[in-house]
Write a protein that binds this ligand. Structure first.
Ligand code: GUN
Length: 300
């Protein structure tokens, strides 16, 4: 039985972190500049706490300054906005990330749009989303959201040119689906953004040379939804509780065992897209620091 190549995101992310660390060493030595990333966590969502710890640790490991700001779930939106303003004004902070989801009494988009677009290392600000759509270059280049950027780097590494390929993105979130579609369009793919209401989703997926699954539904995409030889990028990280006290396990949005028999290449879960997100966040922080200092940003 044919078996897909595994796209090793964990290894690629380790290489990217090394390139980031080298650039940081150079910036410190040649420019006296230490990039700094501030992460704001509101409340105590357990998954968010794990991500934020991991971000802080990897930021320090690559030689950058990490600033963590934890706020109680009961803070008002005004208090959070005041914190964002303080970080916008702080010259030691080049990147600001407000961990989502925010408590339900807050307006996520209003908080994101309060971040200085130049420091918006998540690439979620309306200015950055707009620049991604218009294809801004040079001084008008966007900060690109980390998870789709990680997916794109893996795709380019595996396929080389993506030009002319049919890409289907399943999921339309602001964090992954929408920016992923824009990035693939910029690579001259023919892009469909599908979602839970798409009619005959299996048939739409079967058209894809590149299939990106970002729906957050465990193993929704089955083996017979995949075009033979396709490259499959599984963004899903779904925790399945073990039965009768057994160990919990992580599964993607793709039924991997079935998909492996059909696809040409696939990212595993865990160890695929997951590690790329934080590595791209570190890269974005270096990019943001360079742009703010008027230095040419490295090409990661
Ligand atoms: N929550 C889940 N993914 C992300 C992300 O990429 N950035 C932020 N800020 N919050 C998230």
């Amino acid at each position: 039985m044919a078996s897909a190549v595994t796209i090793d995101g964990k290894a690629f992310a380790a290489g990217l972190r090394e390139r980031v660390a080298k650039e940081v060493t150079k910036l410190k030595a040649e420019q006296g500049l230490t990039p700094g990333l501030a992460v704001v966590l509101v409340g105590e969502d357990p998954a968010s706490q794990v991500y934020v710890r991991s971000k802080g640790k990897q930021t320090v490991e690559t030689g950058m300054n990490s600033f963590e700001h934890k706020m109680d779930a009961s803070v008002s939106q005004e208090e959070l906005l005041a914190k964002v303003e303080e970080l916008n004004a702080d010259p030691a902070v080049h990147g600001i990330l407000v961990q989502l989801p925010l408590p339900s009494h807050m307006d996520d988009l209003a908080v994101i749009d309060a971040i200085d677009p130049a420091k918006d290392v998540d690439g979620f600000h309306a200015i950055n989303a707009g620049r991604l759509m218009t294809g801004g270059k040079g001084a008008a280049a966007p900060m690109v959201p980390c998870t789709p950027l990680g997916c794109l780097l893996l795709l380019r590494d595996h396929l080389g040119s993506l030009s002319g390929l049919t890409a289907v993105v399943v999921g339309r979130s602001n964090i992954v689906g929408k920016p992923m579609g824009q990035l693939l369009l910029q690579e001259s793919c023919t892009v469909t953004t599908a979602h839970s209401r798409t009619k005959d989703l299996p048939a739409v997926c079967r058209e894809a040379d590149i299939l990106v699954a970002a729906v957050g539904r465990p193993e929704m995409i089955r083996g017979d939804w995949i075009k033979p030889g396709a490259t499959v990028i599984d963004v899903g990280i779904n925790r399945i509780e073990g039965e009768a006290g057994g160990k919990a396990r992580l599964v993607g949005d793709v039924a991997t065992a079935e998909a492996r028999k059909v696809a040409g290449a696939i990212t595993p879960v865990p160890g695929g897209v997951g590690p790329m997100t934080i590595a791209c966040l570190l890269a974005n922080t270096v990019t943001a620091a360079c742009r703010q200092a008027g230095i040419e940003a490295p090409d990661f």
